[in-house]
Design a protein. Structure first.
Length: 386
């Protein structure tokens, strides 16, 4: 399948999370469909050439593992407990799935990176910071992060603490994490219908959703299920999470020709959920919360001017003092020497470390500390002006 090439002015969204369901990757069979994978990789490569920053959230590890095990040890696999079997199959299939994605993107001369996440990675301040910084750095380098839930470590006893539950919700978490413009959820159905189209011939596709209310939730509950751990209800739940963070969400059929290209171009495909918030407000709610702040860094006039002009990170050379006790990943206030509150953000270094590197150039951090977590005290992606 060959995707059409988009002109730059046809790009409606710049940072995009593409969630690919098991049914899309298997084409409804018991094994991975490499033709379907190749078509998606080709479309994503075309988007990268136009300046789009895509992140892929992929299902399929369990399906890949199931196919591999059934080919050799079916009886033994069926003897495993259900939850244990899923973890084992994910462990077997994850490397196979990643190898296939690497092969598909290598054909497009696009590098990829693997990211396995659990709920704990995103709930922990430090994990949140590290994951966000890494994913954004990867897409800015032109690398496609391939994200999946780490089913292997999401053991039954820790399920409530670690397991996100399905890749639909994981994709919404990732979309909010990186401030994505669009979350595209690819499945085996054209979108959200008023009823189950397999049972009700009068069911109609809902093309746009401005607000997820009880009517939409009922429609999702009555929609047909799909393979994997998520059905339409979980996709609408994911849409609610992502739209509240300012992200557009589209649920569409992954087998539809050029569906990724068309969705990113802003064409009407599937069901489009409109954002109910915006990225800045979502980030402000978190970063500017008085309960979140653990300390203060004071900056000189030069650094203050650079921050107010926008787009700048806070470098140690511009920091004159720090107050309070905070650790890497904590939210801190940024103030002028006159006490004006300029911004808030997540610190790349602890208060003790900032005290050692303040006033110095970034290339001196490693010499001063013996290590470094980056050139910035607060990276621009983790900083919001007041």
């Amino acid at each position: 399948m060959t995707g059409q090439r988009l002109e730059p002015q046809q790009i409606a969204y710049r940072r995009v999370v593409v969630k690919i369901g098991s049914n899309v990757l298997t084409a409804g069979t018991e094994q991975i469909d490499t033709v379907a994978m190749a078509a998606i990789a080709e479309q994503i490569a075309s988007l990268i050439a136009r300046g789009v920053q895509p992140i892929v959230v992929t299902s399929g590890a369990v399906a890949a593992g199931r196919h591999r095990v059934k080919s050799h040890h079916e009886a033994r696999a069926l003897a495993l407990r259900e939850a244990q079997s899923r973890q084992a199959l994910a462990a077997i299939g994850q490397s196979r799935l990643m190898a296939l994605w690497d092969q598909m993107f290598e054909q497009q001369d696009v590098p990829i990176a693997q990211a396995l996440l659990t709920r704990r990675d995103l709930a922990d301040r430090l994990g949140y910071l590290n994951t966000r910084n890494t994913l954004i750095e990867l897409v800015e380098l032109g690398v496609v992060p391939i994200v999946n839930e780490n089913d292997v470590v999401s053991i039954e006893e820790l399920q409530e603490l670690t397991k996100i539950g399905d890749n639909d919700n994981l994709s919404a978490q990732v979309a909010n994490l990186v401030d994505a413009d669009l979350l595209l959820i690819l499945t085996d159905i054209a979108g959200l219908y008023t009823a189950d189209p397999n049972r009700d011939p009068s069911a109609k596709l809902i093309e746009e959703v401005a607000r997820i209310d009880e009517t939409i939730e009922r429609a999702a509950s009555g929609a047909s299920g799909v393979r994997g751990t998520g059905g339409m209800a979980t996709k609408v739940q994911a849409a609610r999470i992502a739209t509240q963070g300012g992200t557009h969400v589209v649920i569409a059929a992954g087998a539809q020709r050029d569906v990724v290209l068309r969705a990113v171009a802003g064409e009407p495909v599937g069901t489009h959920f409109l954002p109910v918030g915006d990225h800045i407000e979502s980030r402000r709610r978190y970063l500017l919360s008085g309960l979140q702040a653990r300390g203060t860094v004071v900056v000189d006039d030069g650094a203050a001017g650079a921050l107010l002009r926008g787009g700048s990170s806070l470098l140690p050379a511009g920091v004159t003092a720090c107050d309070g006790t905070f650790v890497r990943g904590d939210v801190v206030h940024v103030k002028t020497q006159a006490g004006r509150h300029l911004a808030s953000g997540m610190a790349n270094y602890s208060s003790a470390e900032v005290a050692q590197i303040l006033g110095h150039h970034s290339d001196q951090i490693a010499d001063l500390l013996g290590y470094e977590f980056g050139a910035e005290v607060i990276h621009r992606n983790n900083l919001v002006l007041v």
